[in-house]
Design a protein around this ligand. Structure first.
Ligand code: ATP
Length: 435
């Protein structure tokens, strides 16, 4: 089969990269291929902005020259013979030397040797990810499909390449569930049976937490993340995240509700930044855990500081925040003071946790009208009005901001009047004598 026609239908910038990479390979006398998920998604007619190129030969040298030609950013991983090229337009190009891999022991990182394109395809996770397309001029577009990945795409099957696949690399279990649920496929009988065997052996406990984290985050970022978590729970359990984690019916409902709230959030507040849905789901999974355990889990997974903060802050604060904003007749500024320090992720979690219409109404009001509200005046204006600068400036501005949230004041003149009126009372000693 030849995919030339399909490649010609891809966005122009991707076609250009493929053409230039092919031309360069010809010049350097190398065989070059586009491989993996990119080919799978071409065959499924799905967009994919990650182009994986494999060359038989020195991938790093090839990548450096291609980066020059494309004027792209380049990150080299000489130890693995791989490189990443980044272009301004969100395109990411992974380049690797064709290699074969052998596993000395279960779940260990493989021993890598340079190899043929067939070796390189044989080391991959599933047949649907083990196809390559020639990009050299001669044979451009020719599909190399030694493991019948195209048939498996047609029959909607996730199939491993060897009996020890999940034992060699147990993170493939997470990947199997991810691809299965993403495309609405099923694992074939043998793959499922090997999965169950690896699951009985609890193979994920031999994998470093960092590798699990990376695959777990990819899973939780997917549109069907909740289905994936449930499937993982069914086939393996969730103790690979924490020894006392299981999916209670309360947590199931919480995840389902989160799915709905995340969708609504995107529709209702299209101007807000994109949500980190993986963080929302991960936080939800730890519902009911002690704060100390949550901190330990975040530490073990080595989450970024900012992510750990968002996860722990929710668990620390959500109960108190809910109690405070549930009060009747509470001023908008008080709701603002409770919600503004939280991340959108935490707010989504609170919305899913508490379905009470009165609370949802208050949160909606905050997100639509108050979040991100700003004063027109700044410290400079306070200065001009004769106030002496100092830490009280921040307090004064905050008080003015709260008055704006409560609609006591609306525009710059109001803000100045407010400061003049309340400033002297609240920062009495700081008024300049001659101001
Ligand atoms: P996605 O659409 O989620 O990006 P992808 O298939 O492109 O999917 P990557 O994680 O970018 O996934 O991996 C690129 C390719 O590398 C895969 O298509 C697969 O061939 C191979 N691969 C990735 N992880 C593994 C693994 N754990 N074991 C074997 N092969 C893998």
């Amino acid at each position: 089969m030849n995919l030339k026609k399909k490649i010609e239908k891809l966005p122009k910038d991707i076609q250009l990269v493929i053409k230039k990479a092919g031309n360069l390979a010809d010049k350097m006398g190398l065989s070059a291929y586009v491989v993996g998920g990119f080919i799978r998604d071409i065959l499924l007619s799905r967009a994919n902005l990650d182009v994986d190129i494999v060359v038989v030969g020195d991938g790093i040298k090839f990548a450096s020259t291609l980066a020059n030609i494309l004027d792209a950013g380049l990150i080299k991983h000489a130890r693995f013979g791989t490189a990443v090229l980044t272009l301004g337009n969100k395109l990411k190009i992974d380049i690797a030397s064709a290699r074969s891999e052998t596993y000395e022991r279960p779940a260990a990182l493989p021993t890598v040797k340079s190899g043929t394109i067939e070796d390189d395809l044989a080391r991959r996770d599933f047949t649907i990810n083990a196809m390559a397309v020639v990009i050299n001029k001669r044979d451009f577009g020719k599909l190399i499909d030694c493991f019948y990945g195209r048939d498996d795409l047609n029959f909607k099957k996730i199939r491993i390449l060897g009996d020890l696949s999940f034992i060699d690399d147990p993170t493939r279990m997470l990947r199997a569930v991810r691809f299965e649920q993403r495309y609405g496929f099923n694992m074939d009988r043998k793959t499922l049976s090997q999965f169950r065997q690896a699951s009985r052996k609890k193979m994920l406990k031999y994998v470093t937490k960092h590798r699990i984290r990376d695959e777990l985050i990819l899973m939780l970022k997917e549109d069907r993340a909740v289905m994936m978590v449930k499937r993982m729970d069914k086939l393996y359990g969730l103790k690979f995240i924490h020894s006392s984690l299981s999916l209670s019916s309360v947590n199931r409902k919480f995840l389902n509700e989160l799915d709905k709230v995340i969708e609504c959030f995107k529709v209702q507040y299209p101007k807000k930044r994109g949500l980190d849905s993986w963080l929302i789901f991960f936080t939800a999974l730890l519902n009911g855990f002690k704060l100390a355990d949550i901190k330990k889990i975040c530490f073990d997974f080595a989450f970024k500081k900012r992510d750990t903060r968002r996860i722990t802050l929710y668990h620390q604060e959500h109960g108190k925040v809910l109690k405070r904003i549930d009060k009747k007749g509470i001023k908008p500024s008080l709701i603002y003071q409770n919600l503004e320090p939280l991340s959108f992720e935490a707010i989504v979690l609170i919305m899913a946790k508490e379905k009470k219409p009165s609370i949802r109404k208050k949160i909606n009001e905050f997100l639509l009208n108050h979040n991100g509200i700003k004063l027109v005046i700044t410290g400079k204006d306070l200065h001009k009005l004769g106030f002496v600068s100092g830490p009280h400036f921040k307090k004064m501005l905050l008080k003015t901001l709260h008055a704006k949230v409560d609609r006591i004041i609306k525009n710059k003149d109001d803000e100045i009047r407010f400061v003049k009126k309340h400033g002297s009372r609240h920062i009495r000693p700081f008024l300049k004598r001659n101001g």
